[in-house]
Ligand binder design. Structure first.
Ligand SMILES: Cc1cc2nc3c(=O)[nH]c(=O)nc-3n(C[C@H](O)[C@H](O)[C@H](O)COP(=O)(O)OP(=O)(O)OC[C@H]3O[C@@H](n4cnc5c(N)ncnc54)[C@H](O)[C@@H]3O)c2cc1C
Length: 301
């Protein structure tokens, strides 16, 4: 544990954890274990991704429902690509029926993948700002949205990105979760521009402890994030030694989070890859307080 920050209490820090719907019975068991383990940090919410075009609707719904049944604060991602407004509303009603009150509202990638041209459905929501407004009109949902410290690959420039974030906030979003990044300076610069644009909602850094360097490099290339040379230089040499690789990845993530805390950031969204070990090691290493696990998961767990 980092002695400088050893007593970071739940009052000081707010955490959230992102999962994806499991694809097998074994993966499902691992996810519940992960969720229970991470509930020890009293997260504000645990969100579950939703495949663009509704490809994971049933598994996302099942995952969110199970987390809620376990007494955990589940939120659902929701995308609007390829759907009419009515179809989106029907999905929202299904999630609402199992108790979802918090959505991460996203446009989603085009069916052809990140690089393909985006074609809004003629009867659908054209972007996440419109989706946010639509959700806001349906019920009193908590709505989080995306943000891109290194710019969304489709955006002409950072100004266009920030303009879209402003539209999402004006439509009712109360929190932005960022794409993962590794250079805190990129985030600080972005945040400064966001604040200058009059956006005051929390912009929560997305933290990705690196499980697999090659996978992260590939994904980063697709979503417009960069993997700095120093990160590859540290992780590359230990790539075939899983324990050392994990130790280095944890050390780098602790350093990143601790530096952001030193710069006044108090909320963090972790991309967990459905695994608890590294994220817990980062949380413990930074000094985030744990609570009693039984209290965290409630009597239903
Ligand atoms: C925290 C987080 C969670 C995510 N979860 C999921 C998930 O669960 N499922 C999933 O499928 N994807 C997910 N994504 C990825 C996301 O769907 C893609 O990045 C998608 O391409 C954009 O969705 P958005 O909501 O960010 O779009 P928007 O906020 O609508 O737009 C993002 C940016 O792209 C630009 N843009 C949008 N449309 C156009 C256009 N037609 N032409 C030019 N520029 C345009 C805008 O300037 C804007 O700044 C997530 C991303 C983040 C950061």
């Amino acid at each position: 544990m980092n002695p400088a920050t050893a007593s970071l209490s739940r009052k000081d820090i707010r955490l959230s954890f992102e999962f994806f719907p499991p694809k097998s019975a074994e993966a499902e068991g691992q996810l519940w274990e992960t969720a229970i383990a991470l509930s020890a940090y009293a997260p504000g919410f645990m969100s579950v991704t939703y495949g663009a075009g509704g490809s994971t609707k049933a598994p996302t719904l099942a995952t969110v429902r199970q987390l809620l049944t376990m007494g955990l604060p589940a939120a659902s991602h929701l995308t609007c690509v390829g759907a009419t407004k009515e179809e989106v509303h029907a999905v929202v009603a299904e999630f609402q029926a199992v108790g979802v009150k918090h959505f991460v509202a996203l446009r989603g990638d085009p069916p052809g993948g990140v690089g393909a041209a985006y074609q809004p459905h003629p009867d659908g929501y054209a972007n996440a700002a419109e989706l946010t407004a639509g959700l806001h009109g349906l019920a009193d949902f908590e709505i989080s949205v995306s943000a891109y410290p290194e710019k969304h690959p489709q955006s002409a420039d950072v100004a266009a990105d920030i303009d879209m974030l402003k539209r999402k906030v004006d439509a009712g979003a109360t929190r932005a979760l960022t794409q993962f990044f590794f250079e805190n300076d990129d985030f600080e610069r972005y945040l400064e521009r966001v604040r200058k644009a009059g956006i005051t909602i929390p912009v929560v850094p997305g933290i990705l402890p690196v499980h697999n360097l090659a996978q992260v490099q590939k994904f980063a290339g697709l979503c417009g994030a960069s993997v700095p040379g120093w990160l590859a230089d540290r992780l590359g040499p230990v790539d075939d030694r899983p324990q050392e690789r994990a130790a280095v990845a944890v050390e780098l993530a602790i350093r990143q989070v601790s530096d952001l805390i030193a710069h006044g950031i108090s909320e963090f969204h972790f991309y967990t890859m459905n695994r608890a070990t590294m994220v817990s090691a980062v949380c413990d290493g930074v000094g985030f307080a744990r609570i009693d696990r039984q209290r965290a998961t409630g009597a239903a767990a």
